[in-house]
Design a protein around this ligand. Structure first.
Ligand SMILES: CCCCCCC/C=C/C(=O)SCCNC(=O)CCNC(=O)[C@H](O)C(C)(C)COP(=O)(O)OP(=O)(O)OC[C@H]1O[C@@H](n2cnc3c(N)ncnc32)[C@H](O)[C@@H]1OP(=O)(O)O
Length: 717
């Protein structure tokens, strides 16, 4: 709702009240309140503000599924702009989306210096369709408007002032400043202040500009349609009268609004917030578990991961003891960490946090820290030894976290006297850049330990997801069948180029083989060796491809035997100009190697299309996701989807693997898995999960009802 008061005798003050972010709702009554202010004969000017220090977080996203509020909002903003009394927006906190569009309808905008403004609709699969795509280019020019609208980035008040979005920035009480301002402009002509009545500022060579921007946007959009619609809407602002531009904005919005992409992106918005409300199978939850304060942390092992984690912790404002027992490695790490901190600080325009990090060769230096993150080499014996040393060296109650991508967190916990203080913190490289953090709890991890790790992850700006302990946790466990299917497709006739193209057209930034070349083929080779799967040499025939009772492709192992570890050796699934180079080129050697391999194993290459690549790779991955839900390793589909979108390059506009399965239809996913399983009976990961079968049998409930359905299905077992 919106509240109306009169202040300073003749200023009408409208306060938006819709906690927590004053989102604009159909039922808000702001139109009526606005009419009251404008028709009040004692009122000479009007100020609009939001309660609790936030102007407005935009249109209410929760209402998008049901009712389109567009026309009401557009008409209301139009009524404000047409008013014959000056209307001033007093912007505190955030003015985003429909909130900024409302402010653009006002005649003046005053912002607090700490406020942030933006049109982030594109990140929800939409465009600023309450006139924003037409007003902003008229106000600040086409290039700057294109940048803001197609990226959705938020700008500071200072940048907004520089761009001309706001008229004044204040460090003091914004509403008081706006009221004073409103009094000072009462009676002035409003024509120059009605943005929609002006053309966009002149721009030379408009066609070339739009062509260039469209090309860039298409490239970075990776299949997302909203950024393209945003360019088209701004083009309408630059080339058409306002009324026609608004009509074009409406048409484009209608297409986006009903697209699956908008639904997927809005699902991601809420999923990212939902994962913060974690819960464990024991019943422990985010709202009943109090995190311990963490001021001082330690990182053990300063390889690539340890360095990134140290930087991330220091940038969060923590004091960090960085421990590396090898002197040479410690010196190199110190230089690298300082460099990363300096570059990060320069980018953010702050002082580098160099003095927050203390380096040591001695593990005893951790004696008074609140939390330790162990990041030594991925070897269970080594990690166990480090955990035993840490248990002896740390003060009582220190939380012990292991950065591991696959090792058994529970096994490590059992080696310490206080297993309840142990959790996994699975960072992704580079740890100071990548958004994702899997917080892994074992059966004995205390809710307080999980709460502390989750809170630290949030402070570090990570998308933190609490997951149960199992081989590969959530992300890497689901990746395994995806990679295996890609190998099998090569055996059957595909090429790395074909598989990668299909996955990149789907929206992944890199296909599975280009990604494998980047991360190093030797990583998976080491794991497979550890699992006893690698048999050196070139045994031939079908039996050579059945290991531990299931289909196995030794292709990756054979490449490693040739010293082809990917980018770092200049050869992998592709060839590179030199070791370390990043531009992947097709490699004739690889194609003849695949031909010889197929001949040796009696395999006849067949034509494989993109649809088969997508179905086999993605449905195998999704199927593992259903196993994970059934096992209770992830509490809900949102956890899996946030992990895949923020850490594994799953295209956000497809909502994550579980949302995608929901969009495609569970029955269809089941039918295709059954189809491929019949063709490849020796591949267990194509065997549909029993949860998927049971969900289909229970009528394929929509994704927001899965958790409830799973609980019900489990109670029937
Ligand atoms: C043709 C029909 C359409 C007509 C309108 C067309 C044009 C307008 C479109 C829009 O305005 S779309 C919305 C654009 N706005 C945004 O994208 C902003 C989204 N919100 C944020 O970025 C942040 O929430 C914030 C405002 C910067 C605040 O951040 P903070 O970290 O303080 O809090 P959060 O945890 O993010 O949010 C708190 C709480 O509020 C919910 N919420 C936030 N924004 C909205 C919203 N616009 N609508 C509904 N709900 C919103 C958020 O989900 C959190 O609640 P829980 O999920 O935790 O319950």
């Amino acid at each position: 709702m919106a509240e109306y008061n009169r202040v300073s005798e003749c200023v009408g003050l409208i306060t938006l009240r819709n906690p927590p972010v004053n989102a604009l709702s159909v039922s808000q009554g702001i139109v009526h309140t606005m009419q009251r202010a404008l028709s009040d004969p004692n009122v000479k000017s009007v100020v609009i503000c939001g309660q609790n220090g936030i102007f407005c977080g935009g249109a209410d996203i929760k209402e998008f599924g049901s009712n389109m509020t567009g026309p009401t909002l557009i008409q209301m903003i139009h009524a404000i702009e047409s008013a014959n009394k000056p209307v001033v927006a007093a912007i505190e906190g955030s003015a985003l989306g429909g909130g900024l569009e409302l402010a653009l309808g006002c005649h003046y905008r005053i912002a607090h210096s700490k406020s942030r403004l933006g049109l982030p609709e594109v990140s929800l699969g939409l465009l600023p369709a309450a006139g924003g795509s037409q007003r902003l280019p008229r106000l600040i020019g086409v290039p700057a408007a294109l940048n803001l609208i197609t990226t959705g980035r938020h700008v500071t008040a200072a940048e907004a002032l520089q761009l001309g979005i706001v008229d004044q920035v204040t460090d003091h009480n914004t509403v008081d400043a706006a009221v004073k301002f409103a009094l000072s402009v009462a009676g002035r002509s409003l024509d120059p202040r009605r943005i929609s009545t002006h053309p966009c500022p002149q721009q030379p060579d408009l066609d070339a500009l739009f062509e260039e921007v469209m090309q860039k946007v298409r490239q970075s959009a990776r299949g997302a349609i909203a950024p393209i619609a945003c360019v088209q809407a701004v083009r309408a602002a630059a080339t058409l009268p306002y009324a026609q531009g608004i009509e074009r904005e409406r048409e484009l919005m209608a297409t986006l609004f009903t697209s699956g992409q908008a639904r997927a992106l809005q699902y991601c918005f809420f999923a990212e917030r939902a994962v913060g409300r974690w819960r464990m199978p024991s019943g422990a939850r985010w709202d009943t578990s109090k995190p311990r304060p963490v001021q001082k942390a330690a990182v053990i092992g300063l390889g690539t991961m340890g360095r990134g984690i140290t930087v991330a912790l220091a940038q969060t404002g923590l004091s960090v003891i960085a421990v590396e027992t090898q002197e040479k490695q410690l010196m190199e790490a110190k230089q690298a960490i300082s460099g990363m901190l300096e570059r990060g600080a320069k980018r953010r325009g702050v002082a580098p946090a160099l003095d927050r990090v203390i380096y040591s060769q001695n593990i005893q230096a951790v004696a008074d820290v609140d939390l330790v993150i162990e990041a030594v080499f991925e070897d269970i014996a080594l990690k166990t030894k480090v955990f035993q040393q840490l248990s002896a060296a740390c003060k009582p109650g220190t939380l012990l976290c292991t950065n591991t991508s696959a090792l058994d967190v529970d096994q490590l916990a059992s080696e310490t006297p206080n297993p309840e203080l142990v959790v996994g913190m699975h960072f992704f490289a580079p740890a100071h850049v990548m958004k994702l953090l899997e917080v892994v709890y074992g059966p004995r991890s205390s809710p307080q330990a999980v709460a502390t790790a989750m809170q630290l992850g949030k402070k570090m700006g990570k998308a933190s997801v609490a997951v149960g302990n199992c081989r590969g946790f959530v992300g890497n466990r689901m990746l395994k069948p995806y990679i295996e299917e890609a190998f099998f497709l090569l055996e059957e006739g595909a090429t790395p180029e074909l598989v990668d193209q299909a996955l990149e057209e789907f929206g992944f930034p890199m296909g599975v083989f280009r990604m494998s070349d980047l991360s190093g083929l030797d990583v998976g080779w080491r794991v497979r060796k550890g699992d006893g799967l690698v048999e050196p040499g070139t045994a031939s025939g079908r039996s050579a491809r059945i290991r531990q009772g299931r289909r196995y492709s030794p292709l990756g192992d054979l490449l490693c035997e040739e010293g082809r570890f990917g980018q770092k050796t200049g050869r992998g699934w592709y060839q590179y100009d030199k070791p370390g180079s990043r531009v992947a080129r097709s490699d004739p050697w690889l194609h003849s190697f695949l031909g010889a391999y197929r001949a040796q194993h009696g395999l006849v290459a067949r034509r494989i299309d993109h649809q088969e690549v997508l179905e086999r790779c993605l449905y195998a991955l999704i199927n593992e996701g259903f196993h994970i839900l059934d096992d209770g390793i992830a509490a809900g589909p949102e956890d899996i989807d946030v992990i895949y979108v923020s850490g594994y390059g799953w295209p956000r506009h497809c909502g994550g693997p579980m949302f995608y399965a929901n969009m495609v239809g569970l029955a269809k996913v089941l039918e295709r898995l059954e189809h491929y399983q019949q063709l490849h009976p020796e591949v267990p990961h194509l065997q549909p999960s029993s949860l998927l079968r049971r969900l289909v049998a229970s009528g394929s409930p929509p994704i927001h009802k899965w958790e409830e359905a799973i609980k019900k299905l489990h109670s029937q077992l």
